[in-house]
Write a protein that binds this ligand. Structure first.
Ligand SMILES: NC(=O)c1ccc[n+]([C@@H]2O[C@H](COP(=O)([O-])OP(=O)(O)OC[C@H]3O[C@@H](n4cnc5c(N)ncnc54)[C@H](OP(=O)(O)O)[C@@H]3O)[C@@H](O)[C@H]2O)c1
Length: 278
């Protein structure tokens, strides 16, 4: 991950749940030295598992872990963030000397800074669930006071669980939520619909799932491997007057594109509302 050992910074994860475990796993796999990684959590079970697997530094004391770190990853559930940050015992000088990275959904930078109660350098990130498999898509937003080197660090850390994209305005995080955060469920819904119909056509559920899964994987891989518009790929499997053309025409009659737009706008609106919740 870094060229020289001397350039590694100490990274502390506050909250050692699923997303933390995935990011740490990716970081270690990418060569980040485990003795530069710290994690804290109220209960010991997850910490012990992380320590056993990666030999990282663990503690039940958030403040102790945060004090030692150069970079602090805020990885507790959004509704627990206020409590956790109010109990974090760091001086203002300590807070402003470190980089904070939030992975929490729904908490805007302004709210996090209010909770931190200091003019900290803070990057907001929004990973999605496939990050748990290393196939994530994370959106990142950095306010003006964050340095280029901070951004490079945040990028490296989140790249441990997949791909990253920076948004210029924080509203872009709401868009990333609609486009990547919520989006696995759109594909799941589509697959569920196909499986349901396959079962009605007489396939057994397991077989139907295997077929739909293979088609989804194959289609995603075609998009990945072919440097052409997806519309071109679609045209290539759509013979005039053929079966695919009939199916697509049926989608068009139901305005599938409009349905997708409406659903994504609904996700964006909800994300904007949720920013006021915690
Ligand atoms: N999972 C996803 O797909 C996903 C996607 C996007 C964003 N995120 C964000 O990532 C963050 C973590 O999610 P997750 O899925 O990893 O959740 P998780 O598995 O529930 O992990 C949260 C961890 O925080 C710990 N915790 C609770 N209170 C704490 C405190 N005061 N101090 C330190 N640790 C504390 C919990 O410990 P105990 O269990 O021992 O109480 C738990 O291990 C959330 O903010 C979520 O919004 C997750």
């Amino acid at each position: 991950m870094q060229d020289k050992q001397t350039e590694f910074k100490k990274v502390a994860f506050i909250g050692a749940g699923n997303m933390t475990a995935s990011i740490i796993s990716g970081m270690v796999k990418n060569g980040y030295p485990s003795d530069f990684i710290f994690a804290s959590n109220p209960s010991t079970e997850k910490l012990d598992a992380l320590n056993a697997k990666h030999n990282i530094n663990i503690s039940q004391d958030n403040s102790a872990v945060a004090k030692q770190a150069d970079i602090i990853i805020l990885a507790v559930k959004p509704q627990l963030m206020a409590d956790m940050l109010s109990q974090l015992s760091l001086t203002e000088a300590e807070k402003t000397s470190k980089l904070f990275i939030s992975i929490a959904a729904g908490l805007p930078v302004s709210r996090l800074l209010e909770l931190l109660n200091a003019p900290c350098r803070l990057i907001r990130t929004m990973p999605n669930t496939p990050s748990l498999l290393g196939l994530g898509m994370t959106g990142l937003f950095a306010p003006q006071n964050v340095t280029t080197s901070d951004k490079e660090y945040a990028n490296q850390i989140m790249s441990a669980v997949g791909k990253t994209v920076w948004v210029e305005d924080e509203s872009g995080i709401d868009h990333i939520i609609a486009l990547a955060g919520s989006a696995p469920a759109y594909f799941f819904l589509f697959m569920e619909g196909m499986i349901k119909e396959a079962v009605e056509l007489g396939f057994d559920e397991k077989e139907a799932k295997a077929i739909v899964q293979q088609v989804a994987l194959g289609s995603a891989e075609m998009v990945k491997q072919n440097d052409v518009d997806i519309a071109t790929l679609r045209a290539q499997v759509t013979s005039k007057g053929g079966t695919t053309a009939c199916a697509l025409e049926s989608f068009n009659q139901s305005d599938l594109t409009g349905i997708i737009k409406k659903a994504m706008q609904a996700a964006i609106s909800r994300s904007q509302e949720m920013a006021k919740l915690f």
